[in-house]
Design a binder for this molecule. Structure first.
Ligand code: ASP
Length: 347
């Protein structure tokens, strides 16, 4: 067989990593500097990443699907107040939490996404419910919240997502920018001093890191991707970032790659970052690392966007790339050592 069909079939059948799983996780990119991080903060982030990726490795090691692994890891990170997803999400300019998430199955291009949700403990599970139990690929706001109840997913009060450090970070950003500070949400514990784990840059152009994302490859050779976030701190109510936009912040296809992004979402949407990485692999013959680097260090930087991606392909390539001082990240292949990194001077 010759031509495009021949190479497509060859791509489908040749998988050097057949039978071996792999997984990569990010916990957001941004102004994350060694000099600004306390030793306790550094250790806490590494421990959280290890625990989260462990949940996914367990699923994959028991022969579970990449989709299940992605959801399992993100649920752990959504419950972890260190990250800007689920509990610990950043606040909108009017002091609310509006959460976005997406999940994609690379074996069949099935997708589920939600934006601006307010009452679901695990937005990633709501995204999965949209994929599996609705005829749609994306639900937003009140409709998504109602579908969550209807699907029997765990509901929480808005106060569940509240953390003192994110609140104080919002107040300080809004004051610095001369914007009105909303009243402290009712039902939250009285204000108390926060011991920061890191000095967070709150300048108007620095987004507050902590979005979470996962890409995984299972033993059947199927890839999947998922991303979950509170979005950008101080965002306008109703703003949606790249994370739930398929092709921008999240994408997965067995034919090319799986990607989860983090960074200034408006730029990632303009470039269709996640799909762009996969297209460079599928149609330009770039390695996964070359493709990720080209999109982040050339295309994104040309627009002055900041952030990064994690990516993985069916043939077992793993890549990450970011143009910020740090990106919380971890990766593991079957039978290989777990790698956890934070700063840009680490591999
Ligand atoms: N990309 C996310 C958004 O724009 C934020 C982040 O990754 O930090 O909503």
């Amino acid at each position: 067989m010759t031509g495009a069909m021949g190479s497509l079939l060859a791509q489908q059948s040749v998988s050097p990593s057949a039978g071996h799983w792999a997984i990569e996780v990010h916990g957001g990119a941004g102004i994350i500097q060694r000099s600004a991080m306390t030793p306790e903060g550094d250790a806490a982030y590494r421990a959280s990443l290890a625990q989260a990726i462990g949940a996914g490795a367990k699923v994959l090691d028991q022969g579970g699907s990449s989709l299940d692994a992605v959801e399992a890891v993100i649920k752990v990170l959504e419950d972890d107040p260190l990250f800007n997803a689920g509990r610990g999400s950043v606040f909108t300019a009017n002091g609310k939490n509006e959460l976005d998430a997406a999940i994609m199955d690379g074996s069949n291009l099935e997708v589920g996404a939600v934006a601006g949700v307010t009452g679901t403990r695990h937005p990633i599970s709501l995204a999965r419910a949209v994929m599996e139990k609705s005829p749609h690929v994306m639900l937003i706001g009140t409709g998504a919240d109602a579908f969550s109840v209807q699907s029997g997913l765990e509901q929480v009060d808005p106060g569940f997502f509240f953390t003192e450090s994110r609140w104080q970070s919002l107040v300080s950003q809004l004051k610095k920018e001369g914007r009105p500070v909303p009243p402290r949400p009712t039902g939250t514990p009285p204000p108390k001093p926060v011991v920061p784990v890191a000095q967070i840059d709150e300048s108007p152009n620095a987004h507050n890191y902590g979005t979470v994302g996962v890409v995984a490859l299972d033993r059947l050779g199927n890839v999947a991707a998922g991303t979950s976030t509170g979005g950008l701190q101080g965002k306008m109510p109703g703003r949606v970032g790249d994370s739930p936009i398929i092709g921008a912040g999240t994408y997965a296809s067995n034919q090319s790659c799986a990607v989860s992004a983090t960074g200034s979402g408006e730029y990632f949407i303009r470039l269709g970052v996640a799909r762009e990485v996969c297209n460079l692999v599928a149609f330009k013959g770039l390695s996964l690392q070359q493709a990720a680097d080209k999109v982040i260090h050339i295309e994104l930087e040309t627009l002055h966007g900041d952030g990064g991606v994690i990516a993985l392909s069916q043939d077992g390539q793993l890549a990450w790339s970011f143009n910020t001082p740090g990106m919380f990240r971890a990766r593991q292949r079957e039978d290989n050592k777990l790698q956890i990194s934070i700063y840009n001077d680490e591999p």
